[in-house]
Ligand binder design. Structure first.
Ligand code: NIG
Ligand code: FE
Length: 422
């Protein structure tokens, strides 16, 4: 082509993450992160990466081509757009009062059992209009983009009935169509047992009423759903209920991506591996057998350091998982309990609290997080043919993105989605 959308040239460092077409990176490959010094990248008018490499090579190849936009990244670094593999961004109300209760000693489950927590948010989300929820979601997604996220997983789960779950799915669908950020949509109707219902009634409603209706609505083009989620936890959904719901979702071709082994050891990891889950989140209480099973099944561990930090949980065993060959990814877990929408802070916490290296954290927040969403063929690294999502940071070494604890809106000079400045 004689015309391309974007040229970024002269980057001090360009972190490709991978250049081998790999769909995820294990511990050994994480140590050999692919970084090019003095690099350029070209995005075509389809928003895809057309060329990436050393300055001289790219510039000699593109002498005849004109660009819609050029950025001189002298003294700056280019990285792939960050991928946030776990968020709950659609809700009304906030839980600042519960933060105070937790600081005073109340546990997450005590608040939940007393009718607060998820129940509090459900009450407010059911009452909120679709327009209000969309505006709140738009603001939150924009904050995520400003801290470098270009692909994000978005869960429902504050409706717990067909009416409000579908309202949340429509809000996510609108964001998917209208906003620059890429979205992977997750139905989490089994986020909690709604007040006034038994667990058995809830499972039955999800499998016999909600899922068939969602299938019909998807077929009508009302919205798209990528993943199915369950909060598998003592006092929420037990192993058998979780299995039944995830199995029903799998039969509808949804990818399995669920909450497990967070507060109490449930053997959720073993269940996920058995069902062929693409991803299992939290895993603070995972067993050794669960780790081994996830490694064999290639079920990705989505670790959420912000939640472990805020709830002072057991530290997720990132290094044990990496050593065992588990694919490790990261998520912000943005939700009314863990009010953090920043992947750079998530990576920083993963390094300091979970003893991951900066290389490991970056891989976990890019290509491995894309794998957790079934999107690593098109996202998560700067390779030819992938979506042109990238960050340009105003620092001479890429590690500044993780080294800094906050202030990333100033550090990140440009966020580019599909070759366009966001
Ligand atoms: O990932 N653990 C369940 N879900 C969320 C919390 C949701 C909420 O408390 O509103 C999580 O931490
Ligand atoms: Fe969550």
């Amino acid at each position: 082509p004689s015309q391309c959308r974007l040229l970024v040239r002269n980057a001090a460092q360009l972190v490709q993450v991978s250049d081998s077409g790999a769909q995820y990176l294990g511990k050994a490959e994480m140590q050999r992160l692919v970084v090019i010094t003095g690099a350029s990248i070209v995005i075509n008018r389809e928003g895809l990466i057309e060329a990436v490499g050393p300055n001289e090579l790219i510039q000699s190849k593109y002498t005849e081509v004109t660009f819609d936009q050029e950025i001189d990244a002298c003294g700056m670094c280019v990285l792939p757009g960050l991928v946030d593999a776990h968020t709950h961004p659609v809700w009304a109300g906030d839980r600042v009062h519960e933060f105070a209760m937790k600081l005073a000693g109340a546990s997450y489950m005590e608040i939940h059992r007393a009718g607060g927590g998820i129940h509090f948010t459900v009450e407010h989300t059911r009452k909120a209009s679709e327009e209000e929820l969309f505006e709140r979601l738009r603001g939150r997604l924009w904050r995520m983009v400003r801290t470098g996220t270009t692909l994000v997983e978005c869960k429902t789960g504050y409706g717990l009935n067909l009416e409000t779950e579908t309202k949340m799915l429509r809000v996510i669908e609108r964001a998917r169509r209208e906003l620059d950020i890429s979205i992977s949509s997750t139905y989490c109707g089994a986020h909690s047992v709604p007040r006034g219902k038994t667990p058995a009634e809830t499972v039955d409603d999800i499998i016999r009423v909600q899922l068939p209706k969602l299938k019909e609505m998807m077929a009508n083009g009302e919205f798209h759903i990528d993943n199915i989620d369950v909060f598998c936890e003592k006092g929420v959904f037990d192993l058998d209920s979780t299995r039944a719901i995830l199995q029903a979702g799998k039969e509808m071709k949804l990818q399995i991506n669920f909450h497990g082994d967070e507060l109490y050891p449930m053997h959720a990891a073993e269940l996920g591996a058995e069902l062929g889950a693409l991803a299992i989140s939290h895993l603070e209480e995972v067993s050794d057998a669960g780790i081994a099973a996830m490694a064999t099944a290639k079920s990705c561990a989505v670790l959420l350091p912000s939640t472990a930090y805020i709830l002072r949980l057991k530290t997720p065993r990132a290094q044990d998982m990496l050593d065992a060959g588990v694919i490790v990814a990261l998520g912000s877990d943005f939700n009314p309990n863990a009010y953090c929408c920043s992947m750079p802070i998530t990576m920083h916490l993963a390094c300091v609290n979970m003893k991951m290296s900066m290389n490991e954290s970056l891989v976990a927040a890019t290509i491995n997080a894309a794998y957790a969403l079934g999107k690593s063929h098109s996202h998560g690294s700067l390779e030819v043919g992938k979506q042109g999502d990238l960050l340009i940071i105003n620092a001479p070494r890429w590690e500044h993105l993780i080294y800094q604890f906050g202030g990333h809106q100033d550090l990140i000079k440009y966020v580019i989605t599909k070759g366009k400045i966001a």
